[in-house]
Design a protein around this ligand. Structure first.
Ligand code: NAD
Length: 357
């Protein structure tokens, strides 16, 4: 089986779906890898490094399996061979038109975001590997934009208290943001509507903010709040937020617009120089003042909504993503490296969004 690695085409996308180390491992599993020239350059991986690891340079779209990071654009869907396999983030819940186009093209597509979040599939969980990068970067951005220190300082010129950081929505990204902010010396607090998160928040040295609203949904995700719950949550958060220097938000409900947790009024209540970093910008944002992809300053509070943070750390983000892709590929091929897809497998079935008829 030939695996093709195209150069990513989306604006600002610096990641690449496979890295040389993983190419070596795939070669050992009897797979061949064709890399588009320049595919790794934005992640600082030269073509030579791929060639050294056993890949060839060439047209990745002619391959049996094409592995990508971002969803393919129209031209790329057209470049896929009928009967080929595509693996990548495909946004199946928010862009169903893409799945339709892939089906019409006769492509069997596996969406990395649809891989079931069960223990056996942890090594393939790209949502988690990339959320870790995003959470880390979010804490760094909060520290960068804040006009104050994160750590407590005791100096001859006086004592500075530690910054207080609140993370709203503590999934994988939120947990990493809490851990990173604490490593930088901040005093950290986490909040979520899934009660089981409390222990995870405490395990990274943060306090748990309990507002008495529980909204656990299916599959380990949160459900959307009712109007009454949402109003109550916004009211209580508005009061709580005034005591924090930095608020990092990551709250998402799969396939829906992100919930508004931080109102304009709540931002107004924050001390001048404070920061909101909103990681939910791609699905509309958790802060009323968020402009996805922009940094706005309102009442002297910076509201930043960076998009695609994993692409800002392309080296490690690609490395982790490539491992996830490798684990999925290994599930799809036999010992000789031939495609042998068991659609009754829970992980395969969960990830599959289109199947060649
Ligand atoms: P996510 O990105 O979908 O959402 C981030 C967080 O926002 C979640 O914790 C969610 O509860 C929270 N949230 C949603 N609406 C909210 C609201 N109105 N107010 C406050 N918080 C709100 O989450 P994720 O990081 O993708 O994690 C989702 C689940 O998957 C978690 O239960 C996680 O533990 C689980 N998970 C399982 C595995 C595994 O077993 N393989 C791996 C990773 C994650």
């Amino acid at each position: 089986t030939v695996v093709g690695v195209p150069k990513e085409s989306a604006a600002g996308e610096r990641r690449v779906a496979l890295v040389p180390k993983v190419v070596e491992r795939l070669r050992a599993r009897n797979l061949s890898v064709v890399v588009e020239p320049g595919a790794g350059l934005a992640a600082l991986i030269p073509d030579d490094a791929y060639v050294h690891s056993g890949a060839t340079l060439g047209d990745p779209w002619a391959a049996d399996v094409v592995v990508k990071v971002a969803p393919p654009n129209e031209t790329e869907v057209g470049a896929l061979r009928a009967g080929s396999v595509l693996i990548g983030f495909l946004a199946p819940l928010t862009d169903p038109g893409k799945a339709k186009a892939l089906r019409e093209r006769g492509v069997t597509a596996f969406a990395m975001e649809s891989i079931p979040r069960i223990s056996r599939a942890q090594s393939m969980d790209a949502l988690s590997s990339q959320a870790n990068v995003a959470g880390y970067r979010a804490a760094m951005l909060a520290a960068e934009h804040l006009t104050r220190f994160f750590p407590m300082l005791t100096t001859a010129a006086g004592t500075v208290p530690p910054a207080k950081v609140l993370v709203l929505g503590v999934g994988v990204a939120g947990l990493q943001a809490l851990a990173t902010a604490r490593r930088l010396g901040a005093h950290t607090t986490g909040y979520d509507v899934r009660p089981e998160v409390a222990d995870q928040v405490r395990s990274v040295g943060a306090q748990w903010l309990d507002l008495g609203i529980e909204a656990a949904g299916s599959g380990g995700y949160a459900r959307a709040l009712t109007d009454a719950e949402r109003e109550e949550q916004q009211r209580q958060l508005g009061k709580a937020i005034t005591g924090f220097d930095a608020v990092i938000t990551t709250a998402q409900v799969p396939g829906r617009t992100a919930p508004t947790l931080v109102t304009a009024e709540a931002v107004e209540g924050m001390r001048a120089g404070s920061v909101v970093v909103d990681l939910a910008g791609e699905s509309g944002g958790n802060c009323e003042l968020t402009e996805p992809g922009e940094i706005v300053v309102a009442h002297s509070v910076t509201v930043a909504s960076p998009l695609n943070l994993p692409a800002t750390m392309p080296e490690h983000a690609s490395e982790l993503y490539a491992r996830n892709v490798q684990a999925l590929l290994e599930l799809l091929v036999d010992a000789d490296g031939a495609l042998s897809v068991d659609f009754t497998d829970e992980v395969v079935a969960g990830a599959c969004v289109t199947k060649e008829a």
